[in-house]
Design a protein around this ligand. Structure first.
Ligand code: ADP
Length: 271
């Protein structure tokens, strides 16, 4: 019970701190209505894990002198929800900081091809758990963009994580490959993350970059989603003067496409 109070208190103070602080109230582009809606959505999202933690700990409390081992199901449920809350709060904090112009942005030339290979490699074990193969395809030449390496990594993590989350593990070989690709095109550097997963209908494609929007809430929640990943991705792409778009067909797959301006200057001069 103490855990719930501490978590709820910490979360609310984090959020209130941001939304009531002078900085968060600076109207960057957001109207007060949007701020209010965001806060209402955020509170709603946090209510679910808090309720699950509370219920599970109540069961533990009610069962008296049982051993910790015998209570492990309830304690594990509560623990999993604290992890979920942590994830939601981290994403919320990022967006709150983004709204108030407070996200650290340290631009330097970044070889996006190399970054993609590194990030893709990290996901191989997670993909393997669902029998998915994940491949990166990048040319030998450097593909430099001027950007913040940490944010560009976060962007790729969001897109690859989604590609895995929304691909069925099933037995169908067709569904088992995700390709992460980068190449130089006329407009700059193009990055594509292509999966053969569940896909997104035309109407939904317009909404997926909105905060908390999820095509299937239950599925997203089961996969550990927060509904904030693509809005963070959208913000990062804009910050890097790029564009992001989606091509998708239900039950066929999804391709997330990003184009960044390419950086042609000398690498050392900006390091
Ligand atoms: P979440 O944390 O729910 O994944 P996101 O903001 O990252 O939130 O994505 C919003 C929604 O867009 C997801 O809930 C899902 O419905 C849909 N989506 C995102 N990426 C994909 C994908 N590769 N394939 C199918 N649906 C996707």
């Amino acid at each position: 019970m103490i855990l719930i109070v501490v978590l709820a208190g910490a979360t609310l103070s984090l959020l209130c701190g941001y939304f009531l602080s002078g900085r968060a109230l600076v109207p960057v582009r957001k109207s007060m209505d949007q701020q209010r809606e965001f806060l209402a959505d955020a509170s709603h999202e946090l209510r679910t894990p808090i309720a699950v933690i509370q219920t599970n700990l109540e069961v533990v409390k009610a069962s008296g002198d049982e051993t910790v081992e015998s209570q492990s199901t309830w304690l594990d449920n509560a623990y999993d929800e604290t992890k979920r809350m942590h994830h939601i709060v981290e994403d919320l904090m990022f967006l709150a900081r983004a709204d108030s112009g407070d996200v650290h942005f340290e631009p330097a030339p970044v070889d996006i091809g190399y970054l993609i290979m590194e990030v893709t490699e990290r996901f191989i074990p997670m993909a393997a758990q669902k029998s998915i193969t994940i491949l990166s395809k990048v040319p030998m030449e450097e593909l430099n963009v001027m950007g913040d390496e940490k944010q560009l990594t976060q962007l790729m993590v969001i897109l690859i994580d989604n590609a895995i989350k929304y691909t069925e593990p099933g037995a169908d070989e067709r569904n088992k490959t995700i390709v992460v690709q980068a190449e130089r095109i006329e407009e700059g550097i193009e990055i594509c993350v292509t999966d053969k997963g569940i896909g997104i209908s035309k109407e939904e494609q317009e909404k997926i970059f909105q905060r908390f929007y999820r095509v299937d809430k239950v599925r997203s929640r089961a996969e550990g989603g927060t509904g904030l990943g693509l809005s963070i991705a959208y913000w990062i792409v804009q910050k890097h003067k790029g564009i992001i778009r989606v091509e998708s067909e239900e039950n066929v797959g999804t391709k997330m496409i990003i184009v960044f301006p390419s950086y042609e200057g000398p690498k050392e001069a900006n390091e």
